[in-house]
Design a protein around this ligand. Sequence first.
Ligand code: FUB
Ligand code: ZN
Length: 632
Amino acid sequence: MSQPHRSSLPIPDVVIADEFWSPRRETVRAETLPHQEERLRDGGQFAALRFEWRPDPHDDRERFPIFWESDVAKWIEAAGYALASRPDPGLEAAVDEAIALLAGAQQDDGYLNAYFTAIKPGKRFTDLRDAHELYCAGHLIEAAVAHFQATGKTSLLDVVRRYADLIDREFGPGGSCEGGYCGHQEIELALVKLFRATGERRYLDLSLRLLDNRGKAPFYFDEEARERGDAGYFGGQGSVVRADRRSREYNQSHAPVREQTEAVGHSVRAMYQYAAMADLALELGDQGLREACERLWRDLVGTKLYVTGGIGADPSIEGFGPAFHLPDGDGYAETCAAIGLVFWAHRMMLLTGEATYADVLERALYNGVLSGVSADGTAYFYGNPLASDGTVERSDWFDCACCPPNLARLLTSLEEYVYVADDAGLAVNLYVSGTARFTREGRHASVTQRSAYPWDGAVALTVGGEAPLAFALRLRIPEWTTGEPAIAVNGEPASFAVERGYAVLDRTWAPGDRVDLVLPMAPVLVRADPRVAAAHGKVALQKGPIVHCVEEVDNAAPVPHLVIARDGEPAVEHRDGLDRITVAGAVDAPAAGGLYRTGTTALRPTEVRTVPYFAWANRGKGTMAVWVREAP
Ligand code: FUB
Ligand code: ZN
């Protein structure tokens, strides 16, 4: 089946000049990337690539170096995107140094993994379930493509191509790992990027082979364990070792990917797998993969998605619990998982042209992703709970440091998510001020957005370019819109059809034409499906794409004592760069004289005040909740 052609605009063709995002992205460039570079140097990652690091048998962190190439790679990838939008000689020199280390660590046959070269020689590719070699390889590939596209340099691309070629041989017919696949998906989506960057079809074929090997009997991970004769790198961790269905679900190897129906197991693994499935469905017109993606999406969004766009509620597996199991304080919602959801949602939108995927992308991006980093850009959440007893705070690094550089690479590549060019024209998926340049019928065109989004739903768009040009401009009408959207073209109210979640304006545009879109954005109270136990009798506050939370520092009592009035009219004040919502409520203060009481509760009236969820935990520790009791 032939696919309509849809693609993101290349990063250099999108300029972001946005009051919300530009300062945050500058913080990533000026603070986060140098901070992460320092942590990688201190943490041993660079030394390991010089083969200078040795494990300490008395230190439990001996387990973590298997991830280290991925930490370095994600940092290089983030730096690559940053360099694509703004030259930075200091950053480029640091990246070149890291690439030289990677090149130096590469073996003659192309293999590149410091741990299995220096610490466990002879054991490469013997523990695919646990040892993360292809996961690290995937991140190296993504980094190389980003670096190549940003700088035109092939220094890392040449390295990863030799490694990918080795992997292709080992996992191909007659190779030592024929039938194998990695316990942590990642390389599958990376190989699609490598295919797109190089035009080499065998990388796409390898990606498809790795996906289609997954979950087929006889189970590869059982066979390799039998051959190896030990329990594997993480063999001591109960949930992932047994050869039963639940353990296989952990890494989504319980069934062939095309037959999977529910989002199960470790959520980052799941997201990277589903993203690759969507990529291949798009590249190959593969209907089986598309249908599997659509089934998995319905399950996830219908039963396993936090209101913040976080996913993966069960900390014991860093993954999905049963349907509607979305605990607030005891949940997990790893930053990487919300980032993975952004990746998958983006690809689903490219695959289907449906705005609903961008709605979820937006929910995750502005809430469960952005909460992962502090306002100053140097502290991170691993899990993003929806409630805190006052003990939760961000850390400046982790032994397994997956989330920090993942955040950096998403925020420095935000350009990719704003627009989609297709056969008919340009779709605006995110309202981010700045300019998109694109070409139609050989002519240059541009669209410039201006807005105070996400605080205000009024967006002005101006068309630029060489000459009058016919194309469809599609504007996403977000699911959160609280009234009828309105559009004016050159000051005149325009009628428009909404197709697949987009307002469609299909006409011949002249340079200077202006479109004014107004998306009603009133604050609202949100209630959850009654099967979400953590939200029973509670409400959350939301305005536009921003989900709010209540923090103790803004309120008259610890958050669990607060009650929101049932008919409370939320009012909004914009202060210090953030919306704050105030709603009538009360304090249910602890009563003197015992743990339990009879009779009615004496409520003391108060105002309940919120801040955006992404901004919480930037003013010291205190109680916090997204779901707040509602007066009966
Ligand atoms: O296993 C590599 C990464 O570490 C995963 O994606 C995260 O969930 C964390 O476990
Ligand atoms: Zn993570």
